[in-house]
Design a protein around this ligand. Sequence first.
Ligand SMILES: [Zn+2]
Ligand SMILES: [Zn+2]
Length: 230
Amino acid sequence: MRIRFIGTGAGSSVGTKRVKSSILINDKVLLDLGPGADLKLEDLNLYDKPIALFISHLHVDHFSGIFDYLVQRKIRQLPELEIYSPRGLSEIISSYIRVGNNISAKLYEGNLPKGKVNDLEIYSVNACHTIHAVSYVILDGKRKILYSGDTKEPCEPILEEVKDSDLIIHESTCIENCEEWGHTSLNQILSLFKDKKVVITHIPIDIEEKIINLGNNKVIIAFDGMTLNV
Ligand SMILES: [Zn+2]
Ligand SMILES: [Zn+2]
């Protein structure tokens, strides 16, 4: 599986050094599409490639890149994007259409979104966040990876899936004590996933240096444009 990190910033990140939440698997399947991530796809020459998008939850830093992206797909006459999302997105898209935007998508909503795209099988489990949120498991027949989305830890459904995962892509929104806001700290990641291969993302720009200093050599610290093969 090829994993490209498109956006690795947190909700609080500003500027373009780290745009917000987005990962691209095998150049076909997007996991989240935060603001700025749609533009980053163009910078990386990947704009026309995705055919499906799986959204972890409806906080704006995870999905609001879709609006301009859906407009641009119309302009370029690309096929409708398949979007898998927790309930609520159709209402949001409908309101954009109602006020006069030419956008559309093949939308599949559910509490625990899942789907099959080419040779990838994707399903979700409940994450532990401040609103309904899911974590995604991606399988290609050989490897299993887990993308946490936003969650606090310890979160049982995630820890269960982590056991036989080959790679964990996990949010890390603070150094310590951000459970209260539904997030996971770097310290928790270092103690919970000691013997696992972990990539951290959802990194606030203002503590990036500290995260790099503390996490280096223990976890892989994602950056926008980073590619991994597993
Ligand atoms: Zn977030
Ligand atoms: Zn969130």
